[in-house]
Design a protein around this ligand. Structure first.
Ligand code: SF4
Length: 258
């Protein structure tokens, strides 16, 4: 999973699969799709398979990388790891057994904390009973507008011990959002050419829903021409809350492992 903005809340990325296909409006300016095209042109080995030109793009065909599976085992120091920044682990073409292998690595490396984000919430829910859900795996779904609120029910239906929502790019007011059982919400706007405008009312509503439900809230950016163009304060303050866990990672230090 990826979005247009820089990943500010993770320390490392791990991509046992790369490539994807667009599934909803939140994918329109997929950061990973654009980056994959550049990586292919640079000759990066993991980005040589093209995807469908309508839903994907050059270098962004869904590809498994079994040789990347063991990477976290080699990281001695604890890291906060964003899994599949360049893909969606629950894409229909990622075999169940491969998903199980990714989860096995996470379960066997408890020194790391893993964040997985998907837009394929149905498949997540379908596979969830077959997967281990150790406390170091944080599972999230993207929720960009009210048409995607049902993804939250699918997330609730999993055994994940830390459940989070990525509401970015936020594309509408999330009227009716139910945060029962959710630990953390990340909100934010879109940046770059063609970015879609973020209405302050949508953001205040999301913040207030988090406050009412006692859910941690992290506001990443308003968006604009660049990620920093609009700043990241809401009514004069920043929101940097994290799930109520012991992990206190530096939110801006990113180790890329594309
Ligand atoms: S699901 Fe995520 S990685 Fe896949 S196209 Fe959409 S934004 Fe990009």
């Amino acid at each position: 999973m990826a979005d247009r903005s820089a990943i500010e809340w993770t320390e490392a990325t791990w991509n046992p699969t790369t490539g994807c296909d667009r599934v909803s409006a939140g994918c329109d300016h997929c950061y990973a799709l654009t980056l994959a095209k550049r990586l292919k042109a640079m000759g990066a080995a993991k980005y040589q398979q093209d995807g469908n030109e309508r839903t994907s793009g050059p270098g962004f065909g869904l590809t498994l990388h079994p040789d990347s599976l063991d990477l976290p085992r080699r990281w001695r120091a604890p890291r906060l790891v964003f899994v599949n920044s360049m893909s969606d682990l629950f894409h229909a073409r990622v075999p169940r057994d491969f998903v199980r292998q990714v989860f096995a690595v996470m379960a066997e490396t408890p020194q790391h904390t893993y964040q997985i984000l998907t837009k394929r919430a149905r498949r997540l829910r379908l596979l969830a009973p077959e997967l281990p859900w150790p406390p170091n795996v944080w599972m999230g779904v993207s929720v960009e507008d009210t048409t995607t609120l049902n993804r939250i029910d699918d997330l609730r239906g999993t055994g994940a011990q830390v459940k989070f929502l990525s509401c970015e790019p936020l594309l509408g007011r999330l009227t009716g959002i139910d945060l029962t059982g959710i630990d953390w919400v990340i909100g934010g706007g879109e940046s770059g050419p063609g970015h879609r405008r973020l209405d302050p009312d949508w953001v205040r509503h999301l913040r207030d829903e988090c406050l009412a439900a006692d859910v941690s809230f992290f506001f990443k950016q308003w968006g604009g021409r660049t990620p920093k163009a609009g700043g990241r304060t809401i009514d004069g303050r920043t929101w940097d809350q994290r799930p109520d866990t012991q992990h206190q990672a530096d939110p801006v230090k990113t180790v890329a492992s594309l």
